[in-house]
Design a protein. Structure first.
Length: 230
């Protein structure tokens, strides 16, 4: 099935030579049908590309590459049971490749987001570390807890976890690319609020509340509505 469709300039396409082979048509006739299609120039440019192939004798001949839409436009006029069966196979092959490309794209996006989130987490931790030392200087005896409390506050604000819940091991690895992106921004917001509060000489408890308010204000703009359970 996968040999029906191939990647051409990063896009799933099929060549006219295979169309002629599978549908039992002369290749020259297929090329002529493509040239004579009554479609717009815009559609043709987007869905057909001129190419070449080398035959068994080593000679180069023209062929045409076409997208799923181009294939559908060309082959909608092909009739008969055999043609119908090949149409279904090609549509299935196109769909499978598109899904495969989407999975690869999603996986790459997640890996990039996870890598960026690790760098952002490091920057955030350094900011919280400055806040913790500041709180200690003001007499806090449990300032070290802010590493965990601020993190859980962000999770709760983004509705990733309840504040009272225990954070599972490797929790961030379970988040998708969008959630990681939101979390990176929330950490950036919190860190900036903490450092600004220190610069302004505020009491550490007041700084924490300001940071919390800013994180929740941000989270309110990105939280997706939850479906109600009936």
């Amino acid at each position: 099935m996968n040999d029906l469709v191939s990647l051409y300039n990063g896009q799933p396409m099929v060549d006219s030579l295979k169309i002629s082979e599978k549908f039992g048509k002369v290749h020259g006739d297929v090329l002529r049908s493509i040239r004579e299609l009554e479609c717009s120039d815009e559609f043709r440019v987007c869905n057909f590309a001129e190419s070449t192939f080398i035959n068994k004798q080593g000679r180069e001949y023209p062929c045409s590459m076409m997208t799923k839409d181009g294939f559908a436009f060309l082959c909608m006029g092909f009739t008969g049971k055999k043609a119908a069966a090949w149409k279904e196979k090609y549509i299935k092959a196109f769909n499978q490749m598109e899904k495969s490309l989407l999975r690869k794209s999603d996986d790459l996006q997640w890996k990039q987001a996870r890598l960026q989130s690790k760098e952002a987490r490091k920057d955030f931790t350094e900011g919280v570390g400055s806040f913790v030392e500041y709180a200690k200087e003001q007499g806090s005896r449990s300032a070290g807890r802010y590493y965990t409390n601020i993190t859980k506050m962000e999770y709760a604000a983004l509705e990733l976890l309840q504040f009272s819940e225990k954070v599972p091991d490797r929790f961030r690895d379970t988040l998708d690319a969008m959630e990681l992106s939101f979390l990176m921004t929330a950490e950036h917001v919190a860190k900036n609020a903490l450092l600004q509060g220190i610069e302004d000489g505020l009491h550490y408890k007041e700084i924490y509340l300001i940071a919390k308010d800013k994180v929740y204000a941000f989270a309110k703009t990105v939280r997706l509505p939850k479906l109600s359970k009936k």
